[in-house]
Design a protein. Sequence first.
Length: 51
Amino acid sequence: MLANVRRVTIEPLIKSTVLPTTLIYADEYGIYNRLPEWGYKHKHVNHGAGE
């Protein structure tokens, strides 16, 4: 678990553990919209639709 879900916490964690250009499937939380800016491919998962 993360201490919080702020960019300052999530961005360094992703960058230190996931190779650039990796396709990341994540939920629709807004911070993940920044993944392409950080060098990653991104697809959304809609939990409300049972995904």
